[in-house]
Design a protein around this ligand. Structure first.
Ligand code: SF4
Length: 496
């Protein structure tokens, strides 16, 4: 069943010019018991911790969310569209009783935003129940789905999580254990996935062989927890242990953690944009602090692209760390020149067509007293379509800035992403076919500069994290298979 929603961001919402966050996962593995296992007297602790963990990952997805719990083999799941505070309250969390839980916050990069695509996906099969939640995009989702549908498989939604669940269940029928089924399914699915799976007795975490997306392991009150980012482990009072390795499968059963190799090997290619923008600055990835990495990017910008100026101004919030780095390296004062309205929601309705022009002032208002008469270095995390950048530059000029030099702590976006972010196609990327001088003219800035991808590699790979830079270089770390036209899977059923 695929319910069609006419969702038009261009007409109903403030047009979004940056990249959208992807998804976030959180899980906690209690002793859910079974033959030979010790059943915990369950309450809603696991669900409450998952709610808190997901709350710290809300920046990774605001469209929908869900939590599934396991109480001695019975899986209960609540999910819905909206923010965590819209989908859950104390009473609803209180009903989610179970020693283990997994949860998800969603931004749709594959599949539409309808409720059928909300995770976790929970299914029953001949050997038990299974719930899964994942972050990332498969590059062979549609080919796999066609293969399954040709055998009579049916799907409810249009996302790739259901395809992963189906592949695991198919393998489970002929496997001794759920981890063996996950291992076999990993040989069929290709692309980016950081996955949590919950069976009647186990919680399993797995990461694709390239390790595109983050997934960390921690402990809390003697239980193992998993999270897309370490900030979620901090939020529940847990202790960060390490990241799940690319291609690794981690199984927790009755409080014991076992690490298995999937046997799949690939060059690690962690998404560099996690460091530039997606992840929270207080998260640690592969032992590298995100705030540290962003400050280094700002320092490199100052060395590579520095211009005579009076102040450095960040586009809040994602430009803050890089602006601090630029200021440290250049000696210029790091100045609050833009104030962000923190209460603009996802679905702010603009009262009139003309109000769209004032959009940037609603989100970001220049602090005139600080920028008037000043030559400004303006630091943003990236320049994607350019529309918001142009409006910010114009607003700073109106507030009295004498010069505005726009700098991006990401290299120019020139290619689409197939691994779980919504980098648009080349036709919508402003850096394609334009020099920096042309961009300055288009955006109304005195100059436009980007961090070089060499510096990006030097910072992140120098710190020990091999990265994917495909959206900047076009050099994709995995071969992209021919996919069937996904339109054949989008057969909407419309309910009135
Ligand atoms: S293509 Fe870009 S956004 Fe996509 S995974 Fe690679 S670095 Fe990240």
């Amino acid at each position: 069943m695929n319910v069609y929603h006419n969702h038009d961001y261009e007409t109903d919402e403030i047009p979004f010019d940056g990249l959208r966050e992807e998804c976030g996962v959180f899980g906690i593995a209690g002793s859910s018991a079974g033959p030979g296992g010790q059943a915990e007297e369950a309450d809603s602790f696991a669900a409450a911790m998952t709610y808190m963990g997901l709350f710290s990952l809300q920046h990774r997805g605001q469209e929908a969310c869900g939590i599934a719990v396991n109480d001695k083999g019975v899986i209960a799941c609540r999910k819905g569209q909206g923010l965590l505070t819209e989908v859950f309250d104390d009473k609803k969390i209180g009903k989610l009783v179970g020693a283990s839980a997994i949860g998800h916050v969603r931004y749709s990069t594959t599949g539409d935003s309808s409720v059928e695509n909300v995770q976790p996906v929970a299914v029953g099969h001949i050997k038990g129940n299974l719930a899964i939640a994942h972050n990332g995009n498969l590059v062979n989702a549609w080919a796999l789905r066609r293969e399954i549908e040709m055998r009579g498989g049916i799907f409810h939604g249009t996302g790739d999580s259901e395809i992963i669940a189906y592949a695991i269940v198919e393998e489970r029928i002929h496997s001794e254990s759920i981890e063996e089924a996950v291992m076999k399914a990993m040989r069929r699915i290709q692309g980016a996935y950081s996955l949590l799976a919950m069976s009647p007795r186990k919680v399993i975490a797995a990461r694709d062989p390239n390790g595109f997306r983050p997934l960390s392991i921690g402990t809390l009150d003697g239980k193992y927890i998993f999270a897309s980012e370490t900030c979620a482990i901090d939020a529940v009072g847990g202790v960060y242990l390490r990241d799940v390795e690319p291609g690794e499968i981690v199984v927790v059963e009755d409080g014991q953690l076992t690490s298995l190799g999937s046997g799949l090997r690939a060059q690690k290619s962690f998404c560099s944009f996690e460091f530039i923008y997606f992840s929270r600055p207080d998260s640690i990835i592969d032992g590298i602090g995100v705030d540290w990495a962003r400050r280094e990017m700002g320092k490199a910008l100052a060395r590579e692209c520095g211009v005579p100026a009076d102040i450095v101004v960040a586009v809040p919030d994602s430009g803050l760390s890089a602006a601090r780095g630029y200021a440290e390296e250049s000696g210029l004062p790091d100045t609050m020149g833009l104030v962000k309205n923190r209460y603009i929601g996802r679905t702010f309705i603009q009262p009139t067509q003309g109000a769209r022009e004032r959009e940037v002032r609603l989100k970001l208002n220049p602090l005139s007293a600080n920028v008037k008469g000043k030559r400004v270095v303006l630091i943003d995390d990236s320049i994607v379509r350019g529309t918001t950048s142009a409006r910010i530059v114009s607003a700073l000029r109106e507030a009295g800035a004498t010069e505005v030099h726009l700098m991006s702590s990401a290299p120019p976006f020139l290619h689409p992403c197939y691994f779980g972010t919504d980098v648009p196609d080349r036709a919508h990327l402003i850096a394609v076919n334009h020099t920096e001088e042309e961009l300055a003219e288009i955006l109304g800035a005195d100059s436009v500069s980007f961090l070089s991808h060499k510096s990006l590699s030097r910072i992140l790979e120098g710190a020990g994290c091999p990265i994917c830079k495909a959206c900047f270089t076009g050099d994709y770390p995995i071969e992209l298979p021919e996919e069937p036209d996904k339109g054949i899977f989008q057969r909407p059923i419309i309910f009135y």
